[in-house]
Design a binder for this molecule. Structure first.
Ligand code: COI
Length: 356
């Protein structure tokens, strides 16, 4: 009811003013859901326009068992982060990029999407309402998860008649259990993640369900995650289950080109721009598994994983370890520059951060 929403919106304003931080074990944050206070919800009917949206108490939502998202996977998600600066202000990183990517993905999934302005405004409202859950400086970040789903009921296969746009948040620390230490990847030789003409290039929920099997097997053998090869040649790098991949050889940085089967990561794009601004040569192209095995350094990028150095790669039973215990100098330099910007430790000469 509108009166309830209004009540919670004013509560949210109080949190903004008081700027308290919740009492949490900030030293031991991993990447698991911590329930927070509020979520944002907007709906869209057959006219294709989203309602104004409300900040509501975080909690379960009611959908028909016949919802398009539950039956046919008509859903998309995004991920971005907010960091608390030492002066108490909060920084978002390139939220309009997530908004644009959701619009592109929604087109592929036959869904309406919020405009860039609606999306960014909704992210700001959600973060401000949950301000006390943004970790203290240096202790992690607030992970922001926008979700777009076909919430209307369907039975035959068709786009849903109604859509719901939700944003929830959770304080997070490091994604991998290795923390900031290098991760160990296995190149997948049986399963594939995406094929040309499919949905690998958009952030649809089904892309993530389909990698669980390979990931589970790999984790059972002690690996951090799986690196996928292309479906046509079984030779060129695609991406890891939850992040993009980069290789460094003789100070040249290479990463698989965006061609529809890999996710156009915002951290990927930002690392490329940061590297170029520092004078590195960056190549977006086909990168073969042989190049990976012969690289000087390998690292992964993603919103959740940030920049994760790769310590070893295993391919067809052969294990390759990278120098300096896997923490390469190039990835370290790029990681420091990017996170310095994201956390507001250095001046944002790229104009990427949005201050709340
Ligand atoms: C992110 O990095 O934000 C993602 O969406 C990946 C997800 C599997 C955690």
């Amino acid at each position: 009811a509108p009166s309830v929403a209004k009540c919670h919106a004013s509560l949210a304003t109080n949190y903004t003013e008081t700027s308290e931080v919740v009492d949490l074990d900030w030293e031991n944050l991993g990447f698991g859901l911590v329930d927070t206070d509020f979520m944002y919800v907007a709906k869209c009917g057959p006219d294709g326009n989203f309602s104004k949206g409300e900040v509501l108490p975080f909690g379960p939502i009611a959908v028909s068992p016949s919802a398009g998202v539950l039956n046919y996977g008509q859903g998309l998600f995004e991920g971005l982060k907010a960091y608390r600066k030492t002066d108490g202000s909060i920084l978002l990183f390139r939220p309009e990029e997530n908004a644009s990517r959701m619009i592109t993905g929604a087109g592929r999934m036959c869904m309406p999407a919020p405009t860039v302005e609606q999306f960014v405004d909704a992210v700001k409202q959600t973060v401000l309402a949950n301000k006390r859950w943004v970790p203290p400086t240096g202790k992690g970040s607030l992970y922001i998860r926008p979700l777009l789903m076909g919430s209307g009921a369907v039975l035959g296969l068709a786009p849903a008649p109604e859509y719901t746009f939700i944003i929830f948040v959770s304080p997070v620390g490091n994604y991998f259990k290795e923390g900031l230490s290098p991760i160990n990847l296995i190149v997948e030789d049986k399963f594939h993640r995406a094929s040309p003409g499919g949905t690998g290039g958009v952030k649809t929920i089904g892309n993530y369900a389909s990698v669980l099997k390979a990931q589970k097997i790999a984790k059972g053998k002690g690996y951090s995650d799986v690196l996928y090869l292309d479906v046509v040649h079984d030779k060129y790098l695609e991406e890891v289950s939850s992040c993009n991949i980069f290789v460094v050889k003789d100070n040249v940085i290479s990463t698989p080109a965006i061609k529809g089967t890999i996710l156009p990561g915002i951290t990927r794009k930002s690392i490329i721009e940061v590297a170029q601004s520092k004078g590195f040569k960056v190549e977006e192209r086909l990168v073969s598994v042989d190049e990976l095995l012969n690289a000087d350094e390998v690292f992964c990028t993603g919103t959740a994983v940030v920049v994760s150095p790769v310590g070893s790669i295993t391919y067809l039973g052969k294990r390759v370890e990278y120098g300096n215990q896997g923490v390469g100098v190039v990835s370290q330099q790029l990681s420091k520059s990017l996170t310095g910007l994201q956390m507001g430790l250095v001046e944002d000469c790229m104009g990427w951060t949005v201050r709340l």
